[in-house]
Write a new protein. Structure first.
Length: 549
């Protein structure tokens, strides 16, 4: 397919763009293979580049009075832009082209495959977080774990990476048998090793016990192996009891207590899929309605249920962290497939317990390990966002990753000095997950990325973010390394709407940026003054020593 066939009107003058703040900008609109470009003589905006893949909904309305029409572009990052276009033919051509170009499904047609970076690649982000390099950090050189290549060529589990960390006592043949017993072949693997208490966090897909109470002795042995002599563990089930029971009727289910006597199952239900997208839509609708009174706005926010979803995920993660750290017991987490709520809980648990995950490099490693390599289907989940109508969206489209980032923000908001990165870093991760010039979040699993040769054909987001001149914008000026466990409050009054995410296109963030810039300047001056004070103290000591001796 040639892109030129989809672009009937590549350029049109005298177009008026109206942004979310109501500002009107007149200029020239250009449509390229991957971008919509607005060029203007306006001092505040010379050029605006928008990726077609960022558009969630394209709404068009003809206007007989102007011999043209209005195109409203609602973006996946919650931005809304309105374009007033004169000319019937141009109006229809532009709207049709944007609709076509914003709905390309083949990753090889998207911008990352054509993007040519203007910066020198100092670090290859595609190789920055290989499991071989992360193994020592994850296991603390424990003799009880090993890296297995049982999934070579993705033959055992298509959604897992080729290398996984498993108990050393389990052979690859046993792992293959367990994979046949677990949903989509997602057998239990190590997610986190809590060095201080020597407890482990495992994640997997649901066991396929069905109505016949099918069992797998290799699975039972593996689950019990990680506990150690005389130890007990918890299985955190992210579905409620009814859903878990219904899953048995479809061949799935949960670990039966008679076969796993050392494990106690705890249900911590977390909503996912379409209900989350409905909730996000209501939240964004409330944020965009500037005419609401405070009471009505708060009511609309509460009715969206968004913060309730955040609370559920945080509560489950805190429970897992408590089991690992305070109760000194190991934990297995799973729901159905183990690719959504399971990853949310396992990731947040590590943010709570592991100070390394609160650094830029450690958090990037967490995203790689627990999301990208763990098989979260980004291409499917992030196909649409809040503005997509209920008739278009599918059950598989869901802001699972956004919920995770929002939960991290809630912890960050309560412990702002304990994170090396700022909220801008989290927002950038969200934006790139939905639309990007980088290939990191393309595809649904490592297998797809390898088959399409993303590491050779596209640039990694980490290669860009970790450049010193870029990284400085993601650093938190208030950061002070904190090796303690962070216990966030999940009380309703402690959870806040993430205005920097959901209100950034309707609320002026200029004052906030100025305040942060002032803080950075004060901190820099403080560091300089401390250095001068230290130097003066040394001079005084040297002077006194000279007098005495």
């Amino acid at each position: 397919m040639e892109f030129i066939e989809l672009i009937k009107t590549p350029k049109h003058d005298n177009v008026v763009m109206i942004d979310s703040f109501g500002n009107k900008i007149e200029g020239t609109l250009c449509i390229t293979s991957h971008h919509l470009i607005i060029s203007s003589r306006n001092e505040d905006l010379n050029e605006l580049f928008l990726l077609h893949s960022m558009f969630d909904v394209v709404e068009k309305k003809a206007n007989a009075m102007s011999n043209g029409g209005t195109i409203v572009l609602k973006c996946k990052n919650f931005r809304v832009l309105t374009f007033e276009i004169v000319g019937w033919v141009e109006f229809n051509n532009i709207a049709t082209s944007i609709e076509w170009l914003s709905n390309l499904n083949d990753p090889r047609l998207l911008y990352p495959y054509f993007y040519n970076p203007e910066f020198t690649l100092v670090q290859d982000g595609w190789t920055a977080f290989q499991i071989e390099n992360e193994f020592s950090n994850l296991t603390n050189f424990s003799d009880e774990w090993r890296i297995s290549n049982v999934n070579k060529n993705f033959e055992v589990c298509p959604s897992y990476p080729e290398l996984v960390i498993v108990p050393k006592s389990m052979s690859d043949d046993c792992l293959i048998a367990i994979a046949q017993f677990r949903c989509l072949g997602r057998f239990p693997v190590l997610s986190y090793y809590h060095k201080a208490k020597k407890t482990v966090l495992l994640r997997s897909g649901q066991p396929m016990v069905g109505t016949n109470s099918k069992r797998c002795k290799e699975d039972e042995r593996m689950i019990n192996t990680v506990l150690g002599y005389g130890k007990r563990g918890y299985i955190i089930e992210t579905r409620n009891q009814n859903l878990a029971q219904l899953a048995r009727n479809r061949g799935g289910g949960f670990e039966l207590e008679m076969y796993y006597p050392l494990w106690k199952r705890v249900h911590k239900p977390i909503d996912r899929h379409s209900s989350l997208l409905d909730s996000l839509s209501k939240l964004v609708e409330a944020c965009n309605d500037a005419n609401l009174s405070m009471d009505k706005w708060l009511s609309k926010l509460d009715n969206s249920g968004w913060l309730s979803h955040i609370k559920d995920v945080l509560s489950s993660s805190c429970l897992v962290a408590q089991c690992l750290d305070q109760d000194t017991v190991s934990v297995l987490v799973h729901g159905a497939e183990g690719m959504d709520s399971t990853l949310q809980v396992c990731s947040l648990t590590q943010v709570i317990l592991n100070p390394d995950c609160r650094t830029v490099h450690g958090f990037e490693a967490l995203i790689e390990r627990e999301w990208l390599q763990a098989g979260h289907p980004f291409a499917i989940r992030c196909k649409h966002s809040a503005y997509t109508t209920a008739s278009v969206r599918t059950r598989e489209q869901s802001p699972i990753f956004l919920v995770f980032l929002d939960c991290v923000y809630q912890i960050y908001n309560q412990f702002q000095c304990s994170f090396e990165f700022n909220e801008h870093f989290l927002i950038s991760l969200f934006d790139n997950a939905y639309s990007s010039q980088f290939g990191t979040f393309l595809g649904n699993c490592v297998k797809e990325r390898k088959e399409m040769n993303f590491s050779k054909k596209t640039v990694s987001l980490w290669s860009y973010m970790n450049r010193p001149e870029v990284l400085k914008d993601y650093l938190n000026p208030l950061y002070e390394p904190n090796n303690s466990v962070l216990w966030p409050s999940v009380a309703p009054q402690s959870l806040e709407l993430w205005k920097g995410m959901y209100c950034r296109w309707i609320q002026d963030v200029g004052p906030i940026k100025k305040a942060m810039s002032k803080i950075e300047k004060l901190i820099s001056e403080e560091i300089e003054l401390k250095a001068k004070a230290t130097k003066l103290q040394r001079n005084i000591i040297d002077y006194v020593v000279d007098l005495l001796f």
